[in-house]
Ligand binder design. Structure first.
Ligand code: FAD
Ligand code: NAI
Length: 475
């Protein structure tokens, strides 16, 4: 093992591994330190590949196919025999996808000449020109590595709440909810955020009765109000029992069942479940990352403090991804990783935080980019909006997906597009059109004047833009 590198990256998640690869491409000698052991094997890819984005999407896909095969084929005139699901097989498929991808990342690091150090990294001295990182191997051996530059990319872990302590069996976090060996008959979920909606949907589609408790009075308050209202309607219709304004005051396991106590405006109730998922957000993970006196400043919320370019208070030390401010999203972590390395290389890379896309991978998907109508008004814009319902989109109807809507938000004075929001089939892909349009400072008129292919879901973007000026044809 080498003792000195140009760049040491601590954390091999999407932020860290992309930074490491980009660093090697730019000619740095690079080590990436990652301590994760997944299913008995050291693994790169972080939360996202091992227990986040990828396994959750694998289960979302399996459960969607199951539900669609069971309930949606008859109207096409397709008959099947009895439709069953083998949960063990479904989990095996998920694990194989994860393994393939994490092995792929290991191959990419190797191919680019990045040394993957399997163990813990701790920044000991970030102030000196030659930074010191303590490396503790998985076997517990300690050594010191020096580096010109360090990127901190240690990610995040689930927030725990005292009223519902996880036990790994009955009361679980998102990682546990990816591993249920059988479909719970009744599943409780604390938190109607991204994880609650995605993993709640997985197990509901497979047959669980799902109750989602949300402490806030409003459902999906981060989204545009019209979109969250439509999404709530669609998800409730599917059978997700979402209860807003509901505080869980206690959850405990009694005789193999989880008893949940809630308080709704003073009315105390108890309900029992086979399993309970706690998904109330995640927090930056800096334990063992920063030695006392290493010099790094943290924010009040325990994030590593950085500027708009992810530079910490120390020269030559950057921090990226879930460890720092901004949305906890893999694509944000990746772009920050590339920006940090390119800046260390002397380039002027930037991330445009105004165009980071959010996607909730329910069916249909909920996705947006830019400002909601409410946020645009709060910022002082004179706002105009346009909506188009997928119930009037030919392609959506032909696919049996005529639900949801596209909404555009624009500055009424300049016509500039400020945001695009959608609940509907393929929303996560469609809103990329909004992102590209915003990056090129497009106007609503630009979107009106372009020719969208027929019949496509994208035509709803065109019609939403037309509707912003009262010109929609099919509304
Ligand atoms: P991480 O991926 O958390 O990686 C950090 C790595 O650093 C970890 O592997 C950790 O083991 C390692 N590490 C920590 N400390 C040390 C140390 N001291 N030494 C060595 N190694 C260390 N985001 C999306 O954009 N799309 C999605 O669909 C999506 N789905 C998700 C589903 C779930 C269930 C969850 C939990 C998250 C999901 N996310 C999704 C969020 C996404 O996983 C994170 O935003 C992303 O992984 C952050 O990347 P990162 O590189 O900052 O950190
Ligand atoms: P979240 O922040 O999305 O949602 C948490 C929800 O729990 C919020 O609605 C909050 O009001 C509620 N809540 C908080 N405390 C509560 C309590 N005590 N009782 C009841 N409700 C409570 O967090 P989540 O779902 O845990 O996801 C964590 C992170 O992972 C997110 O920030 C997200 O960025 C990322 N993620 C992204 C995905 C994607 O991009 N598709 C998928 C899954 C996770």
């Amino acid at each position: 093992m080498k003792q000195s590198y140009d760049l040491v990256v601590i954390g091999g998640g999407p932020g860290g591994y992309e930074a490491a690869i980009r660093g090697a491409q730019l000619g740095f000698s690079v080590a990436c330190i990652e301590k994760r052991v997944h299913k008995g094997e050291p693994a790169l890819g972080g939360t996202c590949l091992n227990v986040g984005c990828i396994p959750s999407k694998a289960l979302l896909d399996s459960s969607h196919r199951y539900e669609a095969t069971k309930h949606e084929l008859a109207e096409h005139g397709i008959t099947t025999g009895e439709v069953n699901i083998d949960i063990a097989k479904m989990l095996e498929r998920k694990d194989a996808i994860v393994k393939g991808l994490t092995a792929g990342v290991a191959g990419l690091l190797k191919g680019n000449g990045v040394d993957w150090l399997q163990g813990w990294g701790t920044l000991v001295d970030g102030k000196s020109a030659e930074k010191q990182v303590k490396f503790t191997s998985l076997a517990g051996e300690e050594s010191t590595i020096t580096a010109k530059y360090v990127i901190l990319a240690a990610g995040s872990v689930p927030i725990e709440i005292p009223v519902a302590k996880t036990d790994g069996e009955y009361i679980v976090d998102s990682t546990g909810a990816l591993e249920f060996a059988e479909v719970p008959k009744r599943l409780g979920v604390i938190g109607a955020g991204v994880i609650g909606l995605e993993l709640g949907s997985v197990w509901r589609r497979l047959g669980a009765e799902v109750v989602v408790y949300e402490a806030m009075p409003e459902f999906l308050a981060v989204a545009d109000k019209e979109i969250s209202k439509e999404a709530a309607k669609l998800l409730k219709k599917q059978g997700l029992d979402i209860r807003v304004d509901t505080k869980v005051t206690n959850a405990e396991v009694v005789n193999g069942e989880v008893v949940v106590t809630t308080d709704v405006k003073g009315e105390v109730k108890t309900e029992t479940f086979d399993k309970l998922i706690v998904c109330v957000g995640r927090r930056a993970y800096s334990e063992k990352l920063l030695a006392e006196g290493c010099g790094i400043e943290l924010t009040e919320r325990g994030l590593v403090a950085v500027d708009d370019q992810c530079k910490t208070n120390l020269d030559g030390v950057y921090a990226i991804g879930d460890l720092v401010r901004g949305p906890m999203l893999a694509h944000k972590a990746m772009e920050e990783g590339m920006m940090a390395v390119e800046r260390l290389h002397g380039e002027k890379a930037q991330v445009n935080y105004d165009t980071i896309i959010s996607v909730i991978y329910t069916h249909p998907e909920i996705a947006w980019v830019g400002l909601t109508e409410e946020a645009a008004i709060a910022k002082g814009y004179e706002v105009k909006t346009g909506n188009f319902s997928l119930s009037a989109n030919g392609r959506a109807l032909a696919q049996g997906e005529g639900m949801g809507l596209v909404k555009v938000v624009a500055d009424a004075k300049t016509d500039r597009l400020l945001g695009m929001h959608m609940v509907g089939v393929g929303a996560g892909d469609i809103v990329h059109q909004g992102m590209i349009a915003m990056e090129f400072v497009s106007s609503i008129e630009d979107l009106q004047l372009m020719t969208f292919a027929h019949p496509t879901i994208s035509e709803a973007v065109h019609e939403a833009a037309l509707s912003a000026d009262g010109r929609a044809i099919h509304a």
